[in-house]
Write a protein that binds this ligand. Structure first.
Ligand SMILES: [Zn+2]
Length: 65
């Protein structure tokens, strides 16, 4: 599994949340600033998307703190 990068906004350690009882869904959020991402089909995709956003500020516009 890839390692999660810190939050692109505040640098805090993000958490991975799964909603597997409802659907096979994963997303990553920052408990400090409330930044989160859309739900992903699997955890690998969730981590990939999060890390991409951490590297490219442009993609961080999706964030709604
Ligand atoms: Zn944050």
């Amino acid at each position: 599994m890839e390692k999660l990068k810190p939050c692109p906004f505040c640098g805090s350690r993000p958490f991975i949340e799964d909603d597997s009882c409802y659907n096979a869904s994963w997303h990553i959020f920052c408990p400090n600033c409330g930044c989160s991402q859309k739900w992903n089909q699997d955890i690998e995709t969730a981590i990939e998307n999060w890390n991409m956003r951490a590297e490219h500020k442009k993609a961080a516009q999706e964030c709604n703190p």
